[in-house]
Design a protein around this ligand. Structure first.
Ligand code: BG6
Length: 289
């Protein structure tokens, strides 16, 4: 159906009332609600639902480049291209349980090949699990006809909605190494307990576990992030000064969001012609006390 500014979007609804929305612009999940209708993702009240920029919030797809780790535009171009519905996706493993999903596809085009000279097929399945979990599966295939491999970095740039950033803890990244984007991508080792927030954070945690938790005490909710094929985890909150500098982000909104991004950043992924890479993200929101 039609979303903001008449852009096409797909609405997924599960029988217990959970729902999700996906814009074809960016292949971008902009909403994920639990069975009580509570929104679990953050989308800025100033988000612009129109090209050329990506929608601020939800789950932008960063491909074929994460951030400024390369010569392409920040976070690559997939997040500001129009994707199509994939009517004939290759089969999924038989243990795939969701019945509520949509398959999208983005393919290389002449215009993009001027900036990234590769032929690819990027298939994205967005699924609502019977219990309300949101699952994203990306399958990227090298379709170069000339025998050339290609290399990319990737992230599911997930904006979680939180009550108050000062009350949130991230568990699962303790003692790990990270690259600090605020300090020229220098490498540090996390010392503390769980990660808490009192100023701007922009880090790429390396070789992270497949399960990470974000605890929101005030809302009595824990987000559980499960990932596969994505070794790194980006943690980002712009805090007050950067929030003010972003035109599509409210000055105070940094208090109510946290990006925890399943990613492949430190070691880029290389695909030979005919090869396919798969990366999955599964988000759960569970009540906590
Ligand atoms: C994060 C990066 O993933 O995205 C930050 O680590 C960046 O450095 C942020 O500022 C937002 O990027 P953008 O391009 O959506 O404003």
């Amino acid at each position: 159906c039609k979303g903001i500014n008449g852009l096409n979007k797909v609405v997924l609804r599960e029988s217990r009332g959970n729902s999700a929305e996906v814009y074809l612009y960016g292949g971008h999940v902009t909403s994920w609600k639990n069975e009580r209708g509570e929104e679990l993702l953050f989308v800025s009240s100033k988000a612009i639902f129109n090209p050329p920029k990506a929608i601020r919030g939800g789950i932008p797809i960063c491909f074929p480049q994460f951030s400024n780790h390369g010569s392409l535009e920040q976070h690559g171009f997939a997040r500001n291209r129009f994707w199509s519905i994939d009517t004939d996706p290759p089969p999924f493993p038989t243990n795939f349980s969701s019945k509520v999903f949509v398959d999208l596809i983005l393919k290389s085009c002449e215009e993009d090949m001027k900036i990234w000279p590769h032929s690819y097929e990027f298939r994205l399945r967005v699924a609502l699990e019977p219990g309300g979990d949101l699952m994203l599966t990306s399958r990227i295939r090298n379709t170069n006809p000339n025998g050339k491999p290609f290399t990319f970095t990737f992230a599911y740039h997930t904006y979680l909605s939180v009550s108050d950033i000062g009350e949130v803890r991230v568990e699962g990244l303790e003692t790990l190494d990270y690259l600090d984007n605020l300090q020229k991508k220098e490498r540090f080792t996390e010392q503390g307990d769980a990660i808490t927030f009192e100023s701007e954070v922009d880090r790429v945690y390396l070789s992270t576990p497949t399960k990470i938790a974000v605890l929101d005490h005030e809302r009595k909710r824990t987000f559980v992030i499960r990932k596969d094929g994505l070794p790194d985890t980006v943690v980002w909150n712009p805090w007050d000064k950067k929030a003010k500098a972003m035109a599509d982000f409210g000055d105070e909104e940094y208090k109510h969001m946290l990006c925890v991004e399943a990613a492949a950043v430190e070691n880029s992924i290389t695909l030979k012609p005919g090869e396919e890479w798969k990366g999955t993200l599964e988000l759960s929101a569970v009540p906590s006390c």
